[in-house]
Design a binder for this molecule. Sequence first.
Ligand code: ZN
Length: 162
Amino acid sequence: MCDIDLAALLPQLAAVRVDAVEPGTGVVRITARSREGVAVACPACGWSSAWVHSRYVRHVADEAVGGRPVLIDLSVRRLYCENPACPKTTFVEQVTGLTARYQRRTPALHRPAGCGRGGPGGENRRPAAAVPAPGGQLQHAATPADGAAAARAVGAHSAGGR
Ligand SMILES: [Zn+2]
């Protein structure tokens, strides 16, 4: 029914089981889940565990495919750490290439723009930081006043709240 080779298109999905691909009008939505029975190392102590506490769904934005953004509803496991001396009772697994702690975008989206996307445009990019900003002195002088105003506003707010 769907003859797209998903593994070739999105190799980062090789580590998970894809349940559904919905090529909607705007966004390509992929439903996937991490594989059962795979032991994962606890981030605190390094002990491996495949003892599942629960699962929950993370919504991860991935690189665009065919110009359309990709959203992955990824079911990941919360696992028990089996090390009695570890301060972490449970931890959430990370899926290589798809998730990183506290991030809602896949690692691929964190690469600098142009990296890995070859082409003549990438090499002619001028470093924006080398251009001196006009009116830099004025901006610098205005900053402390803004900061003081912000501090007063915060002070007034917290005083009013008590
Ligand atoms: Zn642990």
